[in-house]
Design a protein around this ligand. Structure first.
Ligand code: URA
Length: 174
């Protein structure tokens, strides 16, 4: 994405495909995220920046990066270690809205251990850059696209969350 994006999507961390291609959200979950973006933005990606809370591929078995099905969510320690990079990305981009994809991302911003089911569906005002306490951003948590692949019935609620995001950045929801 471009540094003047007003919307950031923040996922968990790279998976196998992302690790091998050096790009975010290029695997199956990424293809679903693309479809969401196409519906949302009518192909105009200039307003969107996509990244992850952790920058390395969290693996169940790090000795075998070629193994499939080796992905796992990042640990709290990994999230904390990578957080200065994410904070710097947010400091530079200064989006109006952050859409947190999935529990680990939502919990990182909200400093909670609650699950995504109870966090989504609302807008939170947060201060994500400790060095700039006067900067606040609207956080909209929703389900991770990988979760939607396993639980397609959650797509309806995700679309409700996406409509909240669209309203904040001034897009018509139809
Ligand atoms: N899942 C994520 O959280 N991020 C990616 O980049 C790909 C899959």
């Amino acid at each position: 994405g471009t540094p003047d994006s007003d919307l950031m999507f923040i996922g968990e961390g790279p998976g196998y495909q992302e690790d091998h291609q050096g790009k975010v959200f290029v695997g199956r979950a990424g293809q679903l995220l693309n479809r969401i973006l196409e519906t949302m933005l009518d192909r105009d990606r200039s307003r969107v920046y996509i990244t992850n809370i952790v920058k390395c591929h969290p693996m169940k078995d790090p000795s075998n990066p070629e193994k499939r099905g080796n992905d796992r969510p990042p640990t709290d320690e990994e999230v904390l270690k990578c957080s200065p990079i994410l904070t710097e990305q947010i400091r530079i981009i200064k989006p109006l809205v952050i859409c947190a994809l999935g529990g680990p991302s939502a919990r990182y911003f909200l400093k909670t251990d609650r699950g995504i089911n109870s966090l989504r569906g609302k807008v939170y005002e947060i201060n994500p850059v400790p060095q700039e306490p006067e900067y606040s951003v609207k956080l909209v948590p929703t389900y991770h696209p990988a979760y939607l692949l396993r639980n397609p019935s959650a797509k309806k609620l995700t679309w409700e969350d996406i409509k909240i995001v669209m309203k904040i950045i001034g897009l018509k929801t139809g």
